[in-house]
Design a protein around this ligand. Structure first.
Ligand code: Z5A
Length: 219
């Protein structure tokens, strides 16, 4: 982490883990401490990225090759990194991103079976040295998350996958959390929302306390 730079925090988890709900709570908490931040998401975060998102999520009558899916995700990511993430971090803002490259390891490698080397190659090409400073993994049993999402109505192309796919995604996230335990904060997202949010506020408080002494924060 460079001095003067904002923090890059990614929020990951399976379907219905509560990423969107909890990012709103994290953003409120940080803003109340005077942290300037950008909240964004993947796929998406730019006009181009949001168009790619629509292409990726739309239900289609042809199978999408896993490598085509991965390349589309990284095309959107390249635009997002250059247009949004790097400029915000350089300006000292925090970036809170709803999913990032760990989702490609979880979904395209764990879920679809692509080799991790494909993601590693694209990660280096597209991001250079940019990696998240911290990752909050909202973890819940697959059935719990799917139940929450399926109550919402129409399912997108990913949400129509089978249970075994989502189980592989979850297992991959948990493996990433074990391998990068310094970066990952694992949060039990099956708990009631107030408890999940209390834990997230605690984590943000710790991150903020480490970051603040090196930075000017408006009162
Ligand atoms: N994808 C990929 O394959 N590879 C990549 O590299 C990237 C993405 C970046 C779209 O992502 C898809 O892109 C995604 C993976 C793929 N697959 N799918 N599907 P997305 O993040 O936009 O989609 P999502 O994961 O499906 O997000 P979501 O459905 O919006 O889930 P969420 O944001 O985690 O949950 P939520 O909307 O905050 O909460 C869902 C409901 O549960 C809502 O009614 C909440 O009030 C409720 N909730 C949340 N927490 C709780 C608790 N603790 N208790 C009770 N109820 C709760």
């Amino acid at each position: 982490m460079q001095t003067g730079r904002g923090l890059f925090i990614t929020v990951e988890g399976g379907e219905g883990a509560g990423k969107s709900t909890n990012i709103a709570c994290i953003a409120d908490f940080l803003e109340s401490h005077g942290v300037e931040l950008v909240v964004t998401r993947e796929p998406g975060g730019t006009r181009l990225g949001e168009e790619v998102r629509n292409v990726l999520l739309r239900v289609r009558d042809e199978a999408v090759a896993p490598m085509a899916e991965l390349l589309l995700l990284f095309a959107a990511r390249a635009q997002h990194v250059q247009q949004v993430i790097l400029p915000a971090l350089a300006a000292g803002q925090w970036v809170i991103c709803d999913r990032f490259t760990d989702a490609s390891y979880a979904y395209q490698c764990g879920g679809r079976g692509l080799p991790a080397s494909a993601v590693r190659t694209l990660e280096t090409l597209v991001q250079g040295e940019l990696r998240p400073d911290y990752t909050l993994l909202l973890d819940a049993p697959v059935e719990t998350g799917l139940e929450r999402v399926r109550g919402r109505g129409e399912l997108d192309r990913f949400e129509q996958e089978q249970l075994a796919f989502f189980q592989r995604v979850r297992d991959t996230y948990l493996q990433l959390a074990r391998e990068s335990s310094g970066r990952y904060h694992l949060v039990d997202a099956s708990q009631p929302l107030p408890e999940v949010q209390a834990r997230l506020r605690e984590i943000c408080e710790e991150l903020y306390a480490c970051w603040r002494p090196r930075h000017q924060v408006r009162s």
